[in-house]
Ligand binder design. Structure first.
Ligand SMILES: Nc1ncnc2c1ncn2[C@@H]1O[C@H](COP(=O)(O)OP(=O)(O)OP(=O)(O)O)[C@@H](O)[C@H]1O
Ligand SMILES: [Mg+2]
Length: 252
């Protein structure tokens, strides 16, 4: 049994009057990869965004219940959401590098923190790009626009940008669905390497990807968490009929 790092209790989220999360109780262990699966519109992205308060940015959202991270409710009044999003970083479906150089992308968060030392920048740029397995691709063009890279390289630069601020948890919302199989495979390998140091929670529609790289799998349906267990159990021996139907491709 791992140690839990982030836990939601009776988490409800409403977009206006529409209830998109219907009381989610879920505990994520440190150092594990947790996959979130389920049909389109079941609330996976919504849930993921609750974990670093990205839903705060959407108007007319109401959230009840709690998300406890390192012993504190992140929805409590003392949370600094900018700091929170450094500790709990996010990678999106579409690679979204900023429209400036690779180097500037990576040091962006450090600059916001007030860092000015060029030696620190150089070191973090190299370490982060290496950790995201994209250093060899970009080391000779660090000052070129990140937008000049391929989609897969851009996505790995986005992962490196998250790593540069030293997060605890990385949220990934379908990080490979916009990429070709080779680039996807590279990202999967990168995530497996990062598992030593980070906790990752990843939404995916790709069942074989979930079974290849995750330790735990959470199956969502219509705003409910239907089943959460070791990935092996979910895929080989699901306890709920809905889970079995979904993973065997009978719906969604
Ligand atoms: N910004 C928003 N405003 C209003 N409703 C929203 C918003 N974002 C999501 N929803 C609704 O909340 C529900 C859950 O959406 P969510 O994006 O979390 O699903 P998902 O499981 O990530 O789907 P997909 O697999 O297609 O990405 C859907 O019914 C969706 O229409
Ligand atoms: Mg989604």
């Amino acid at each position: 049994m791992g140690k839990e790092i982030i836990t939601s209790k009776d988490l409800h989220l409403y977009y206006g009057k529409k209830e998109a999360l219907k009381g989610i109780d879920l505990s994520i262990n440190q150092g594990e990869i947790t996959a979130m699966i389920g049909p389109s519109g079941c609330g996976k992205s919504t849930y993921l965004r609750c974990l670093n308060r990205m839903n705060d940015l959407i108007p007319d959202v109401t959230i009840t219940g709690s998300v406890v991270y390192k012993g504190k409710d992140i929805y409590g009044p003392k949370t600094d959401t900018v700091d929170l999003r450094k500790e709990i970083g996010m990678v999106f479906q579409q690679p979204n590098p900023f429209p400036f150089s690779i180097y500037e992308n990576i040091i962006y968060g450090l600059k916001l923190k007030g860092e000015t030392d060029k030696q620190v920048f150089d070191q973090v740029v190299e370490e982060s790009l290496k950790a995201a397995s994209v250093w060899e691709d970009v080391k000779d063009k660090l000052h070129q626009s990140a937008l000049s890279l391929s989609g897969g390289q851009q996505q790995r630069v986005c992962i490196a940008r998250v790593l540069a601020v030293n997060p605890e948890i990385i949220l990934l919302d379908e990080p490979t669905s916009a990429l070709d199989p080779i680039s996807s495979g590279k990202i999967e390998n990168t995530l497996l390497e990062l598992k030593e140091k980070y906790t990752m929670i990843m939404v995916t529609h790709n069942m074989s990807q979930a079974s290849r790289i995750s330790d735990k799998t959470a199956f969502f349906l219509n705003g409910d968490l239907i089943e959460f267990n070791d990935t092996k159990e979910i895929f080989l021996n699901p306890s709920k009929k809905e889970t079995e139907d979904y993973i065997s491709g009978r719906f969604g």
